[in-house]
Design a protein around this ligand. Structure first.
Ligand SMILES: [Zn+2]
Ligand SMILES: [Zn+2]
Length: 84
């Protein structure tokens, strides 16, 4: 695959691009499948059709999930406290 930040070819199991130091899958400048340059915010590569995941969206989802699970845990704690 290719680094999405700088377009350099990196091995499929690399977690960080050796060229720019950005973690693999981050960045929005190049297609990870064919290394063609992307327009900012594109969801598909226009050249090869690869669907591009947005790192910011998954980070937001993880954050919301963390908040949800955190408040759920507190909620359970309160329920347990009432039962005692
Ligand atoms: Zn890179
Ligand atoms: Zn592509």
């Amino acid at each position: 695959m290719f680094c999405r930040e700088c377009g350099k070819q990196i091995s499929n199991n690399a977690s960080i691009c050796p060229g720019c130091g950005v973690s693999a899958g981050n960045g929005s400048n190049f297609c990870p499948a064919c290394a063609s340059e992307l327009e900012p915010g594109s969801e598909f590569c226009r050249k090869c059709g690869t669907k591009l995941l947005k790192a910011t969206r998954s980070k937001l989802a993880a954050g919301l999930l963390g908040i949800f699970l955190g408040s759920w845990g507190i909620h359970r704690f309160y329920l347990g406290y009432i039962n005692i």
